[in-house]
Design a protein around this ligand. Structure first.
Ligand code: NOJ
Length: 718
């Protein structure tokens, strides 16, 4: 076992600082980088590079082993480098985007996918993943909504914690397991107008109530690292925000792990205008407790000087180095610097049939049947199927942040349907482009002809993969280009038409909804997207996803979310129980499809909701029993959701808040009663003094989903 304190006592200041710096792999293996490229741009010397302690953005196990070998041969201290990268929704086998996985409401499924991603990534050389990403979101214009589990703090936190546990497995020292880094702390998803990297202004109340809980859930689950966000929060960029980084993160939550900046975020303190130069930026970030600087050069160039000048304490420097070396030791890198990675292991673990099978299951469980007017499932006996639209014969459905996932390794809709229906005639017509600025309508006639001649029509629509993800924000979140026109004309030609949607965000589907009787949202479903879509469309699988984020009727409604508060003048008579807090004259106030919505081929009847008591004391508990019947001939799964509304409190409370859920499977005709236990702590909120409290009075408990409450009962908290 390495003696970290002794090692630190033998290191020079420059060597210590090297441990606090992370750069891209090309600096270490690209001989050009030192002469004309990024090395020179960053003002680094070959000696600086020799001391650097961690690497990101490498390709595979071969590259990792090569960099590690070169480094260990040159480093007099023999301290292995640590290799970090983003494993967001799979590594080589790609699972649905996190916003889709959120719709599964199934933490065990998320763990299963995460285990597989961890296995593949670890064999390929990754030792730490920049996951989970649990930014809370309300604005579908923001491209990074795809990386989160949506607009519900509880769900987001549970999914984040599930990832932390699954990546850790039996311990991060074991090959196959990864250390984790929760991000982006804090409130990156609150970017004004949904524009990436934009300013965030939030009250402390809203921050605590909605934005912070998921990060905290990951910390409670034992996440190893944390990444501050790019944005400024109430005027201060996160990496230099003492209130966030110390008052909340360390003093209040007790986080003791390693903190790494986001990519060049320390350098960007200059662009933000809160540091005059990179030296001041380094001082601010380091003194806020950011241990590792990713891809800017403040630490490597100025930290030693800052220590000499007394602006940074030498003890704090040693503490930061200790944390880095401790993580390396916990990963077992001093014993096995490759952490089990090798080209052979990588090949053996990648894209196995088992991984593909789980990817298919995950894609089926993440899909959400938004609408179905007796169209789906199509009969498998159909003779002629028309696949129409830009995603009909398209492998680009794995989504942004797909690591080593390859589009060409995914199953397209055409391939999925052909495999399921070997005897059917399948006709493909693209009809039009999925890009916003490609408006050529000349393919529509062929698509209409194909639709006319078919027994069943599947419109395969959506936005390209690179319309979501980092930096990819949109002001118009309708189906890009002329896809609505295509849909309208195809639907006129054949009424037996269903649409499937590929997307990284909730889209505005109002025009599509007006002309198409069935819509199945696939998100970006990953490697097995096409086979999952085929199974769902033809009834081999039953849709069970529930929306993790609301779909607006119009982009003008954004930000829109189910757990809003009322104003004093809510609009009373839309089909939601508790009114709404504004009143658009041209669109209404409800989303087109709300959080929690999702249909099934089964017919679930919520028969009964009973409480074990109509009152609750602070130290007591009560049981809510909900009985659900599957009144259909089709086996299916239902996520039973339990919402709460605090009727009167010292500040305004959301009209609904999800406090529990349970996904159950019901055979035809089967009836199940599920029990939720309610305790006082589930009824707490952040009051005006920023204390987490409950207040006595009436609480309404409801089941159903956010836009369709089915049963409601009151309980009095004494
Ligand atoms: C920038 C992104 O914001 C962050 O999520 C990611 O972890 C880093 N780049 C490293 O890839």
């Amino acid at each position: 076992m390495v003696d970290i304190s002794k090692l630190i006592s033998e290191m020079t200041t420059e060597e210590k600082i090297g441990q606090l710096v992370q750069y891209n792999a090309n600096l270490f293996i690209d001989s050009e980088a030192g002469i004309t490229g990024p090395l020179t741009d960053a003002g680094l010397t070959p000696e600086d590079i020799g001391r650097i302690g961690s690497v990101l953005n490498f390709k595979n196990a071969e590259e990792v082993c090569k960099i590690q070998d070169m480094h260990l041969a040159a480093d007099r201290n023999k301290i292995p480098m640590v290799f970090m990268m983003d494993v967001i929704h799979g590594y080589r086998t790609i699972f649905p985007i996190p916003l889709g996985l959120g719709c599964s409401f199934d933490t065990e499924l998320v763990k299963e996918c995460t285990r597989m991603a961890s296995d593949e990534a670890s064999a390929a050389g990754i030792q730490v993943t920049f996951t989970p990403m649990v930014d809370y979101v309300r604005d579908a214009r923001w491209g990074r909504v795809m990386e989160t589990c949506g607009e519900e703090p509880l769900l987001n936190g549970l999914m984040g914690a599930a990832q932390v546990e699954a990546f850790r497995g039996e311990g991060i020292e074991k090959p196959g397991n990864l250390a984790t880094c929760v991000k982006h702390y804090a409130a990156y998803g609150g970017a004004e107008a949904g524009r990436d990297y934009n300013t965030v202004e939030l009250s402390e109340h809203t921050l605590r109530e909605f934005y912070l809980p998921a990060y905290k859930a990951c910390i409670d689950a034992g996440v190893d690292m944390l990444m501050p966000s790019f944005n400024s929060l109430n005027g201060v960029p996160s990496v230099a925000n003492n209130w966030l980084m110390n008052d909340i993160l360390r003093d209040e939550w007790g986080f003791d792990g390693l903190v790494i900046s986001d990519y060049n975020a320390i350098g960007e303190l200059i662009t933000h205008g809160v540091a005059a130069d990179i030296k001041e930026a380094a001082e601010k970030a380091f003194n806020c407790g950011c241990h590792i600087e990713m891809c800017s050069s403040g630490y490597v160039k100025h930290l030693a000087e800052l220590v000499d000048e007394g602006k940074v304490s030498a003890e704090k420097l040693d503490e930061a180095v200790y944390k880095v070396l401790e993580l390396k030791a916990r990963l077992g890198l001093f014993e096995d610097p490759y952490h089990g990675a090798s080209p052979e292991a990588e090949a053996a673990h990648s894209l196995t049939p088992t991984n593909r099978a789980v990817a298919k299951k995950a894609a089926m469980e993440s899909a959400v049947l938004l609408k179905n007017e007796n169209i789906l499932p199509f009969k498998k006996e159909v003779r002629k199927v028309a696949l129409i639209g830009p995603f009909a014969d398209n492998h680009e459905i794995i989504g942004f942040w797909s690591c080593q996932g390859k589009n060409e390794e995914s199953v397209s809709v055409k391939e999925g349907v052909a495999a399921l229906l070997p005897d059917a005639e399948i006709v493909v017509a693209k009809g039009c482009s999925n890009k916003w600025n490609e408006l050529d309508a000349s393919g529509i006639a062929e698509a209409v002809a194909a639709a006319e001649a078919a027994d069943a029509v599947i419109l395969c629509l959506g936005e390209p993969q690179n319309y979501s993800g980092e930096g990819n924000c949109r002001t118009d979140i309708d189906l890009p280009g002329i896809q609505n026109q295509l849909a309208e004309e195809v639907a006129k030609a054949n009424s037996n038409t269903a649409a499937i949607i590929f997307t990284g965000r909730p889209l505005v589907l109002s025009k599509l909804n007006a002309c198409i009787p069935a819509i199945l949202n696939m998100w970006f479903p990953g490697t097995e997207g096409g086979s999952a879509a085929a199974a769902l469309l033809f009834g081999d699988a039953n849709p069970c996803g529930k929306l993790s984020m609301s779909f607006p009727k119009s982009v003008g409604q954004c930000p829109i979310y189910y757990n809003h508060t009322n104003t004093g003048r809510p609009k009373p008579n839309e089909d939601r129980h508790y009114g709404y807090n504004s009143n658009y004259i041209d669109c209404g106030n409800l989303p087109l499809f709300s959080f929690g919505h999702g249909l099934s081929y089964s017919n679930f009847v919520y028969e009964d909701m009973t409480l074990s008591s109509d009152s609750l004391t602070a130290d007591g508990s009560l049981e809510v029993k909900i009985t659900v019947l599957n009144d259909s001939a089709v086996e299916g799964k239902e996520t039973v959701q339990l919402y709460m509304r605090d009727m009167v409190a010292s500040n305004v409370r959301p009209v609904q808040q999800l406090i529990a859920f349970n996904k159950i499977s019901l055979a035809p005709g089967e009836r199940k009663t599920i029990t939720f236990t309610i305790k006082e702590e589930m009824l707490r909120f952040w009051n005006n003094e920023n204390k987490y409290v409950s207040e006595p009075g009436e609480f309404r408990l409801s089941t159903g989903c956010a836009d369709h409450l089915i049963k409601t009962q009151s309980v009095i908290l004494k």
